[in-house]
Design a protein around this ligand. Structure first.
Ligand code: ZN
Length: 111
């Protein structure tokens, strides 16, 4: 499977309008957020794939950026990235991990 995996519309209703993204776009227009602030357009989540039978120094983390459908309210992933991270995590900074994954995989942001 190729990463990052992007989903550009709501899987339930097909609407492309997203709540968090539209708020961030408004804030950018007002000049209250930097135009390059792609991270702020999403709700980040991280899932570490840990093998409990082994001592691991690093694990694969699945980083998901989510948003909320502007029509039906369904929360869905808009970008899924794969990232190698140290394990156990020492002060995991989700924002930094997502930025690193985006750099590893080229432009992984939603836009
Ligand atoms: Zn929807």
């Amino acid at each position: 499977m190729e990463f990052p995996k992007k989903f550009d519309k709501c899987p339930l209703c097909g609407c492309k309008e997203r709540v968090v993204e539209s708020i961030v776009e408004e804030e950018k227009k007002k000049g209250k957020m930097n135009k390059k602030a792609t991270f702020g357009t999403n709700i980040p989540q991280a899932l570490a794939l840990v093998d409990p039978t082994r001592t691991q120094l690093s694990v694969i983390a699945v980083l998901t950026l989510k948003d909320i459908c502007g029509k039906c309210g369904f929360e869905y992933p808009i970008c899924v990235m794969k990232h190698i991270m140290p394990w156990p995590p020492q002060g995991l900074n989700l924002e930094a991990a997502i930025k690193a994954a985006q750099q590893q995989q080229g432009s992984a942001g939603p836009r």
